[in-house]
Design a protein around this ligand. Structure first.
Ligand code: UDP
Ligand code: MG
Length: 330
């Protein structure tokens, strides 16, 4: 198995020497080929100056990627994945809060046949009110909305089989949603408990505001995963509901006019019903537009609307039928 470990780095100069030692120790018994990709996300301290001599003298393969400015953790991770050679990719923070010695355990699960192994910081060492509690709520919400039940989306330490990362670009703060995307293309996802340490060097780059971003990203992810190939079901469904509500109110106004002699034009219900009806109609039109976009997206890139795990064929095109031999196609 070829493995790439990817770590995003923003102002972690003091952690880096310890991290090199920790990674080196953790990977000592790993028998396969592996590389470590460090992405310097425009650090304003001397992280890059610290990591380059460490990389040059390290006994294992290291790739350094120096981004031109600070693009954010997700973009740094994306850059690392784009430059990774491994069939398996492990993402890990560079601040020593994730423990490299958990990596072999993640790989064991990958070897058992899982495509995504998600780390769960079951005993998280961060501020309770601003980090742990909002994260718990967000994890519950994400699990509920997406149907992918994980305890800790926010934990960077996770292992992925490369195939399930194909065709997926990371925007905003979305690296935490990779398991959701992977699940939607049929990946087998599991979870293992990992260690978590309090930050010793440097400080966290995030606060409470990140939870808000995560909730907003969740809208996008849910839409993309559940409706991107059939948006009319969402827009049209909403539109039909609104149109139906509008019709019912208009009907009520009509009955009241006939039976009770009350003029519908005197009631605020009348303009409200009209407005709701127009909104519904608009929503259906938006669904149609969205369907056009979906077709442009898939057909312009020849992107199928399905993913294949493996293919088998029997017999092969130029072979005779020979019972008992079913071959896997590459
Ligand atoms: N990070 C990054 N770019 C940023 C912010 C953070 O590459 O703009 C890196 C940071 O160096 C660390 C990881 O992302 O390796 C997680 O950041 P942090 O420890 O601040 O997040 P927390 O653990 O507090 O959620
Ligand atoms: Mg951290």
């Amino acid at each position: 198995m070829k493995l790439s470990i990817v770590s995003p780095i923003f102002n972690e100069a003091d952690s880096l020497p310890h991290l090199f030692t920790a990674v080196s120790g953790a990977m000592q018994d790993f028998s396969g080929e592996w590389e470590w990709i460090l992405v310097n996300d425009g650090s304003s301290d001397n992280s890059f100056e610290v990591m380059s001599p460490l990389a040059q003298t390290s006994p294992f393969a290291v790739k350094l990627i120096d981004l031109r400015r600070n693009f954010g953790q997700t973009a740094a991770i994306a850059a690392g994945i784009d430059h990774a050679q491994g069939e398996v990719i492990v993402l890990m923070d560079a601040d020593l809060q994730n423990d490299p010695s958990d990596i072999p355990m993640l790989l064991e699960k990958i070897n058992e046949g899982y495509d995504v192994v998600s780390g769960w910081r079951y005993s998280r060492k961060d501020a309770f009110l601003t980090r742990v509690l909002p994260s718990k709520l967000a994890n519950g919400l994400i699990s509920w909305v997406t149907g992918v039940k994980l305890h800790d989306y926010g934990c960077t330490l996770k292992a992925y089989r490369r195939e399930v990362l194909k065709g997926f670009r990371l925007y905003g703060e979305m690296h935490r949603f990779i398991p959701v995307y992977a699940h939607s293309v049929g990946a087998r996802v599991t979870e293992v408990k990992v260690r978590h340490h309090a930050r010793v060097h440097g400080k966290t780059k995030y606060g409470l505001e990140r939870t808000l971003k995560v909730v907003l990203d969740l809208f996008t992810v849910k839409f993309l995963v559940s409706y991107a190939s059939k948006p009319i079901y969402l827009f049209g469904g909403t539109g039909l509901l609104l149109a139906l509500a509008s019709l019912l109110v208009l009907l009520f106004l009509m009955v009241r006019r006939v039976a009770g002699g009350v003029s519908p034009f005197d009631s605020p219900l009348f303009p409200t019903a009209l407005m709701v009806g127009i909104l519904g109609f608009q929503s259906i039109l938006m669904g149609l537009l969205s369907e056009q976009l979906t077709r442009t997206y898939h057909e312009s890139q020849n992107k199928p609307t399905y993913t294949i795990r493996e293919q088998f064929q029997y017999p092969k095109p130029d072979e005779e039928i020979d019972p008992g031999r079913m071959e896997k196609l590459p």
